[in-house]
Design a protein around this ligand. Structure first.
Ligand code: OKP
Ligand code: ZN
Length: 338
């Protein structure tokens, strides 16, 4: 399968994240991409599609903020990675404030996603990597894999969080629709709910978002991804959340997968964007499902059986030593027939 990548994604390397009450080593490491690279073989270089496809999904002020945040952090006399500590949650006013700490709060929702001097470039090229995989599918490939990092599915139109800055899956989905490749559906099979993707398309009647993930009653991101979230306004009915309990194995996963695939088929999907996280793996250090390596090939075979052109975008997966082999199992040619 064609794999797209850009080495500029590797430079983003925050040191610490706030996790369960303390500072821990940042989980979303450049080594993740390196191990995937060594397992999946040669890659195609990401091409630059410019800012327009990013601006179709993200607010202009948020894109401006991402590009200057670390510079402004240093200008404020700080060292290291930029991170917020105040989030304007309750009846916030959308004030156009200057201080870097105010803006870090305004444009994020957690304390786990620091911004480094290289974050913008890495996120930009992660999005371009995803758009280049879409090019391959638009040109007739049955499927293509975008080796994206940082990941994207927690990033909303105007916020970062969950190791995500730009929503690669949403950018690809919106661009595919713009190119007339729809109906477009997004299937998110990362362990964590794709709250950013859901928010971006919540009111959109013309984009199906389906997610299978850990029950947010017990797992991050907690405040999105519950089964009663089905879309907003005109978008009611085009969001499908299928939360599953901790400990879910392949037997427990399949009924949700059946429902997800039935919804995608019923939608008349002509282009599928897959937010693929390998953190559903039994050995993942921050997640609690119990899929085995072979289950990723089984999962891929079920998705491939939809017989819809598919852009696969990398999201999470933190068992770094096994991540490459797990991703390779998902991309297995015997599943995708390519
Ligand atoms: C990203 B992806 C914040 C504490 C919780 C966030 C998990 C983000 C997962 N430091 N950790 O969906 O794999
Ligand atoms: Zn995840």
């Amino acid at each position: 399968m064609i794999t797209t990548f850009d080495p500029r994604q590797l430079a983003h390397a925050p040191k610490l994240e706030l996790h369960n009450g303390g500072w821990t080593d940042y989980n979303e490491t450049p080594a993740r991409a390196a191990t995937i690279l060594s397992a999946v073989g040669p890659t195609s270089a990401a091409r630059d599609h410019g800012m327009a496809p990013l601006a179709a999904v993200h607010d202009a002020a948020y894109l401006d903020f991402l590009q200057v945040a670390h510079r402004d952090w240093i200008a404020a006399g700080r060292e290291g990675d930029a991170i917020g500590y105040t989030w304007p949650v309750v009846r916030r006013r959308n004030l156009d404030l200057t201080r870097i700490d105010a803006r870090l709060g305004r444009y994020s929702y957690d304390g786990g996603t620091p911004i480094t001097a290289d974050s913008w470039s890495a996120a930009y090229w992660s999005a371009q990597t995803a758009l280049t995989a879409l090019d391959a599918v638009a040109d007739g490939q049955r499927a293509a894999f975008a080796l994206c990092r940082p990941p994207g599915h927690h990033a909303g139109a105007d916020y970062l969080g969950g190791y995500c800055h730009l929503n690669n899956a949403a950018i690809v989905a919106a661009e595919a629709r713009r190119q007339g490749l729809g109906p477009v559906a997004i299937l998110d099979v990362d362990y964590h709910h794709g709250n950013g993707t859901q928010d971006i398309f919540a009111e959109d009647a013309d984009m199906l978002f389906v997610s299978i993930h850990a029950d947010p009653a017990t797992d991050y991101p907690f405040y999105w991804g519950h089964a009663d979230e089905t879309g907003i306004g005109a978008g009611v009915g085009t969001t499908l959340n299928l939360p599953l309990p901790r400990g879910t194995d392949w037997a427990g996963y399949q009924p949700a997968l059946d429902r997800a695939l039935a919804a995608i088929a019923a939608y008349g999907t002509r282009l599928l964007v897959v937010s693929f996280g390998a953190d559903t793996y039994a050995g993942d250090p921050i997640s609690h499902f119990a899929l085995q390596r072979d289950d990723f090939t089984r999962l891929a075979a079920r998705l491939a059986a939809l017989d819809v052109p598919s852009v696969i975008v990398m999201e999470g997966g933190y068992a770094t030593a096994e991540l490459g082999d797990n991703v390779a199992a998902f991309l297995d040619a015997s599943a995708w027939g390519s």
